[in-house]
Design a protein around this ligand. Structure first.
Ligand code: NDP
Ligand SMILES: CCCCCCCCCCCCCCCC(=O)OCC(=O)COP(=O)(O)O
Length: 311
């Protein structure tokens, strides 16, 4: 027995060592692709955007962080500088560009120009900022439908379109968009959010095909729940804040893990990343292969949710 164990232990340790070495080499390789690139991140003040800022900063990218709130963005910048100083890493101090994505006129006239003026060009644009919705269709004001669409769809496409000519001229660039599982299936009481994410999926699929000839990559990332403030910040039927941390959100993936997935997707030039558990993945397939079943399941969800609200 002792002899068997004596053979197994070094084998396991050797295997573990190889896995760690492989991971380290992978990280180094990913870092090398990202080093010195100009990376623009929208919604960098919190949640997934903030974690993307951390991950790309650690990979020594030249960051342009975007958000609505200058003070919160400044906090992120200070934190990144402090982390780099602690680890004695030579990194770039991030630029900040402050604007409201839902104001598409401002995005085109001011924000895109300011972003370009930071480093003269953009290598990677990560369209991350977004807002969610909670409410039934009967009671949701049309202005709320429009606001969510402005932030999640028209803002990102306006920014992308404004930055594209510079990428086309350089015959190089990468556009990433953070969509959602709800860009592939629509669930009840999320009409504005699901519609905006479906539109996002469609637009960026068109973009990918059209940009291939210019060597511009497009990656659509479709995550399931992530543990961020998304549900807290979601808007309700009348535009007021929902203000609840849903259990689904609280139990979601860690934003830092999702940010690593985004980095990997950029490194591998992935066209699509679906980051969902078995049930949402099954639901996506059923939506295409057996729509009648999918509609029944969704109607039953809607009934149950309405009943629990009525009680
Ligand atoms: N959390 C989840 O379960 C999932 C999230 N996603 C997607 O991930 C992305 C990031 O969201 P997440 O980190 O979860 O949520 P957060 O609410 O934590 O972050 C959203 C970010 O978007 C910014 N933002 C919102 N509205 C605007 C606007 N009008 N103009 C500029 N910036 C704006 C916010 O800035 P400010 O601080 O100014 O409000 C904030 O930085 C979103 O696109 C979301 O749809 C996808 C799947 C699951
Ligand atoms: C007999 C087999 C039937 C199989 C059907 C399974 C149906 C299961 C439904 C699963 C629905 C999953 C929804 C996942 C939604 C999601 O992950 O959304 C991510 C977000 O963007 C979160 O935003 P939110 O504002 O909704 O928190």
């Amino acid at each position: 027995m002792e002899r068997v164990m004596g053979g197994v232990v070094p084998l396991v340790l050797g295997g573990l060592g190889l896995v760690l070495l492989y991971r380290l080499l992978q990280r180094l390789q990913q870092g090398a692709t990202i080093q010195d690139t100009v990376v623009v991140i929208t919604g960098a003040s919190s949640g997934l955007g903030r974690e993307c800022a951390r991950v790309f900063h650690a990979a020594k990218a030249r960051l342009v962080l975007c958000g609505r709130d200058g003070a919160r963005l400044q906090d992120v910048v200070q934190e990144l500088i402090a982390t780099a100083a602690d680890s004695q890493q030579q990194t770039y101090t991030p630029c900040m560009v402050i604007f409201d994505l839902s104001d598409t006129a401002e995005v085109v006239a001011m924000a895109a120009k300011e972003i370009l003026s930071c480093y003269g060009h953009v290598d990677i644009l990560i369209n991350n900022a977004g807002i969610s919705h909670r409410g039934n269709i009967l009671e949701t004001h049309i202005s709320v439908q429009r606001d969510v669409m402005d932030t999640n769809y028209f803002g990102p496409i306006a920014l992308t379109q404004a930055l594209l000519p510079s990428m086309v001229r350089r015959h190089s660039g990468h556009v990433v968009v953070i969509s959602s599982v709800q860009g592939k299936i629509a669930i009840p009481y999320r009409s504005a959010y699901a519609a905006s994410k479906h539109a996002t999926q469609a637009y960026f699929d068109c973009l990918r095909a059209e940009m291939e000839r210019y060597n511009i990559q497009v990656t659509v990332v479709s995550p399931g729940y992530i543990r961020t403030n998304l549900s807290l910040n979601a808007v309700t039927c009348d535009g007021s804040k929902y203000g609840v941390l849903d259990e689904t959100t609280a139990l979601g993936r860690e934003p830092k893990d999702v940010a690593q997935v985004v980095l990997k997707a950029v490194h591998h030039r992935s066209k699509e990343v679906l980051l969902a558990g078995p049930l949402p993945t099954l639901a996506i397939y059923i939506r295409t292969l057996w729509p009648a079943l999918f509609f029944k399941v969704m109607a039953s969800r809607a009934r149950k949710e309405q009943k629990s609200k009525d009680e």
